[in-house]
Write a protein that binds this ligand. Structure first.
Ligand code: F6R
Length: 606
């Protein structure tokens, strides 16, 4: 839930440390801190606020050093205060530690450390680590041995990095279930929560696995297993993302940039090799029961996949929110679990996949971040290739996953003879038109969406309604509105209205209805019934539909008309529209678009 970075180099690294931690700000941004080694002492600067604000206020860049670690926090244990901000230090000031994850036995450890005379300054779980390092070093007189002993005493999850005055040229780090990697440059090395951190400096990375620790210096690095203490030979992973894609490129916000990148990310999803998807299709086809798991946005992506695969291939998969997976799903040896995750680091989804594997189920994952924990855990991996998604709110990655699920549905249909080869080819050519159609809609409709978002930005309650596959689109669209604009938005199947919710319709509740193209006759008419039910109670309806001839003029209070497209891609186009609607509503409300409150990019805690 936090970002950690470290840099050790030849000359002054303070600027590089600033850039690497700023690149991780999407992981958490309520407070920030650094520890720089200066001769034989450690300078720690920390405070509440975002990275740039903290650096400016504390004038951090005036402190020069050739080695340092940094942290950007998303509070889990302890309030957002200066004291709770990382790095945390040992009593003797010889160790400074940053940490991402949760130390679950910290209370017991803290009590025994306090009995030994250690003074604690924060409410965090992390602070036990520097004190344990100090205590173990006192006994063992060796930093590496003290580190290993400390790691074995910690329960819970962690990515840890620390510097110590005992070894002023080295960064020590370790991982258990929280992401950690090294960046390998010439005469400069990096430690980071992900590639984005150091991508401006090097594309050579070493991914640290669970149970490993590393000692990193300017010219070398060494990775060992902390249970066996044996050295592990680690391959260098070449980062394929280019640094420019991580920049805003003229857009005011990453969210808008990433919405506009969707023609490209859909193309990339269409370019994912057939052989990679065929393995997933085979897994589903041969399983007794298939499951789709994800959480937050990716749960809605899973629900979308459930509808699509059911309608295209006639096979029912269960979509389950990852956090409920163990409680709800009976998985066994004949189960197949397809997990969806942009980051590949989400705790709930990793836990669901581990649970499935422990029951003998076969697993696969659609992931955006190569080298992520999920991509290494699942039996088969589909890398969606959407490039870095920096805005905390997921847009392009989710849409690309939906496209991949449509492809899986089509392939499964073909494999099961539920579709002819000719129909499959026609559907694929419809999909291939999608990037161009999204581009045209972005070009031609953005202005109008901006206008209506600005007109209605003060509305406090929205109902988002859809039926069939448009229902998960309504859910995901409502989530975009909630998380970026902090406006109450509730996604619901249209059929639910008459089972209670109609009672809520009045002048204060506004509805957005996702209308299918006319050729989906039954669904189209059922959805229009929902519209009529609301209009009969004088409720406001914004209809997003495909009737270019404008036959519905009197039905909607406001309408957003899209070019008539195939039902295969219609819901995807509507999702793009509602991403923009949420974005423009949030800009009208002057929200912090790329770093909305209470949301972090990779939720690596349970
Ligand atoms: C919504 C959002 C979250 C994530 C969820 C899963 O915009 O960002 O709901 O979708 O935390 O994250 P991943 O896909 O990384 O597993």
């Amino acid at each position: 839930m936090c970002g950690i970075s470290g840099v050790v180099g030849l000359k002054d690294i303070s600027n590089a440390l600033f850039e690497t931690i700023r690149n991780l700000e999407y992981r958490g941004y309520d407070s920030c801190g650094v520890a720089l080694l200066n001769k034989n002492s450690i300078v720690v600067k920390k405070n509440v606020g975002g990275v740039e604000e903290f650096y400016r206020k504390e004038n951090v860049l005036r402190h020069k050093s050739s080695i340092g670690i940094a942290h950007t926090r998303w509070a889990t244990h302890g309030r957002v205060t200066r004291e709770n901000t990382h790095p945390h230090q040992s009593c003797d000031g010889k160790f400074a530690v940053v940490h991402n994850g949760i130390i679950s036995n910290y209370r017991a450890l803290k009590e025994s450390l306090v009995r030994l005379g250690h003074r604690f300054e924060s409410e965090t779980d992390t602070e036990v680590i520097p004190h344990l390092l100090e205590e173990n070093h006192r006994k063992l007189n060796n930093v590496e041995a003290a580190f290993v002993k400390t790691l074995c005493e910690l329960e819970g999850t962690f990515a840890i990095a620390f510097v110590s005055t005992y070894h002023p040229g080295q960064i020590f780090c370790a991982k258990r279930e929280s992401p950690l990697m090294l960046g390998i440059g010439d005469e400069i090395k990096f430690v980071g929560s992900d590639f984005n951190s150091f991508i401006d400096y090097t594309k050579n990375a070493v991914i640290i696995d669970d149970g490993e620790y590393a000692i990193v210096s300017r010219d070398s690095y060494m990775v060992k297993n902390y249970l066996t203490r044996e050295e592990v030979a680690k391959p260098i992973t070449k980062i394929e993302w280019d640094a420019e894609t991580s920049k805003k490129g003229g857009f005011p916000h990453y969210m808008l940039k990433e919405i506009h990148e969707q023609p490209q990310t859909v193309t990339n999803a269409l370019d994912v090799e057939d052989a990679v998807l065929d393995k997933v299709v085979e897994g589903i086809a041969q399983s007794g029961q298939g499951h789709l798991v994800g959480v937050g946005t990716t749960y809605y992506v899973a629900q979308f996949g459930q509808y699509m695969i059911s309608s295209l291939a006639g096979q029912s998969l269960f979509a389950v929110s990852s956090d409920e997976f163990a409680a709800l799903s009976n998985v066994g040896r004949d189960s197949f679990v397809l997990a969806l995750s942009q980051s590949g680091e989400t705790y709930d989804t990793l836990t669901a996949v581990k649970h499935a594997k422990s029951r003998g189920a076969r697993t696969a994952a659609v992931v955006n971040v190569m080298g992520s924990s999920l991509s290494r855990l699942a039996d088969n991996v589909v890398l969606q290739g959407s490039g870095p998604e920096i805005c905390v709110i997921s847009t392009k990655a989710a849409l690309a996953q939906m496209v991949i699920l449509v492809r899986i549905g089509l392939k499964l249909a073909l494999r099961k003879n539920a579709m002819t080869a000719a129909a499959f080819d026609r559907s694929m050519s419809v999909l291939r038109d999608l990037p161009g159609i999204i581009q045209a809609v972005l070009n031609e409709r953005s202005g109008f969406i901006h206008r209506i978002a600005h007109e209605y930005f003060k509305i406090k309650h929205w109902l988002y309604l859809g039926r069939g596959v448009y229902y998960p689109i309504a859910l995901e669209s409502a989530l975009k509105m909630k998380e970026v604009a902090y406006v109450h938005a509730e996604g619901m199947p249209g059929g639910f209205l008459k089972h209670g919710t109609l009672a809520m319709i009045d002048k204060d509740i506004y509805s957005i209805v996702f209308i299918p193209p006319r050729e989906e006759k039954a669904l189209y008419e059922a959805t229009l019934h929902s519209v009529e039910e609301i209009r009969a109670r004088s409720g406001f309806v914004l209809g997003i539909h495909f009737d270019e001839r404008g036959k519905n003029k009197n039905l909607f209070s406001e309408e957003l008309i899209l070019p008539n497209v195939s039902p295969l891609i219609a819901p995807l186009l509507q999702l793009v529209i509602s991403q923009l609607f949420a974005y423009f509503t949030a800009t009208s409300l002057k929200r912090d678009i790329d770093k909305p409150r209470s949301l972090a990019k990779s939720v690596t805690v349970g």
